[in-house]
Design a protein around this ligand. Sequence first.
Ligand code: BG6
Length: 475
Amino acid sequence: MQVADQNFTLVVFGASGSLAKLKIFPGVYHLALEGRLNDVDYQVVGYARSKMSNEKFREIFAEAVRAAVDNVDEKLLLKILERVHYYSGEYDDEDAYHKLAGWLPEIEEKKDRVRLVYFSVPPSVFSSIIHNVCTKLDTEFAKVRLILEKPFGYNYRTAKELEKELTSCYDEHQLYLLDHYLGKEAVFNVLSLRYANSILTTLIKGKHIANIQITAFEPGGIEGRAGYFEHVGTLRDMVQSHVFQILAFLVMSLPAQINEETLHREKRHVFEDFKVDDIEDSLVRGQYAGYLEEDGVASTSTTETFAALKLKIDNLRWHGVPIYLRTGKKMKQKWTAIVIEFKQHSLQEGAFEDLGTNKLVIQLQPQEKIEFKLYTKMGGTKIAFTELTTGRPIFCSGDCLHEHGRLLLEAIRGNRLLFLSFEEVFAAWKVIDPLLDAFAENKVKLEKYEVGGMGTKGADKLVSDDGFMWHNYFD
Ligand code: BG6
């Protein structure tokens, strides 16, 4: 079992925010529950603006864990709480950081450690934290590692600015750019499956494939996050990050060895090959009915809660294969999946009406599974075919970890494999920037779509114009 191998202090900026409560605190609890923190001294410090006692903050921490986890081990939780502290300060108050730096050694029993600084705050306060942490908290005995969550910047230019700001103070190896999809077992498994199965390595090549579809549907809406979402929209929130990462694992070249350097390099290369032709015909945006009535949303908002995109990969391996992506909120159900539709061979084409195309379905959520859609003769005297699904759900049976717990553990261990590099982030923004411009210039119609449905008509047209249809294999 992988365990924490370094003493650490986790300093969570924005400790009263929703990311901290929903993901970070339960992540710490899971690591402790699984015995992964037994050998180290760790402390958790929440930093936020509101004045609050340690006790109050410990209650918030405990409530967050209870809300996220079934059957909490209360005894263990009490033990964890002894290591939980609160520190109140403004994000731009140098003196507060100075005092924090003076106080931290009082709780850091074993001095030799890393300080993990988690940004659970809006980007508007990033600069102050970046600067003050660098000058006050990053010491020889307690090196700092910064964990920032996507989106990294709002476009290529602001991502560059963020990188400049960070690297003026920190080495690249101190930066942990987190996309929580990389903490999902199922997402990394897309890559592992290709390594482990020669038939997949053989089949997943452009010359055999008619099209690739990636869907990331969720039934939830913006869940009270209008302040964040209104500035971001689905293209940045889901496509530039999560959906592109899934696609990269499927289509990138497989290096002989996977390590931080080779993985980052190959993802960057494949993002550089992503091309969107005729943006107006390749991009779809939608907004769910009722979005404008959500708290905090402007009545004239054009923020998209659904996006679909057709792209190509401009290299020999993928030449001519259309790739369709779609993602949205308030959809029929949670479903994150890759569907690879194979070409028919010349004897199949048109030979029998009921003979469809073969598909490989890699479902990532809600339940991970992999299935082949094959055709078999129905039996009997008639030559007629029926679809046969072979495959099965995949349950984690190894050293299983929850996504934020897993990523925290990787950061504690100093392993950046499951985090992003700025180079790949830049390459992804270069694809997305012209699409954002098309939205801003109103070149892409904003379509309304029904809550609980399958998205916009435009998304259906995107594939049907090429003679395809979306394949939905919901559980
Ligand atoms: C987050 C987005 O990164 O991912 C949310 O900001 C989205 O808007 C969420 O709902 C989806 O994550 P998951 O793990 O539920 O698929």
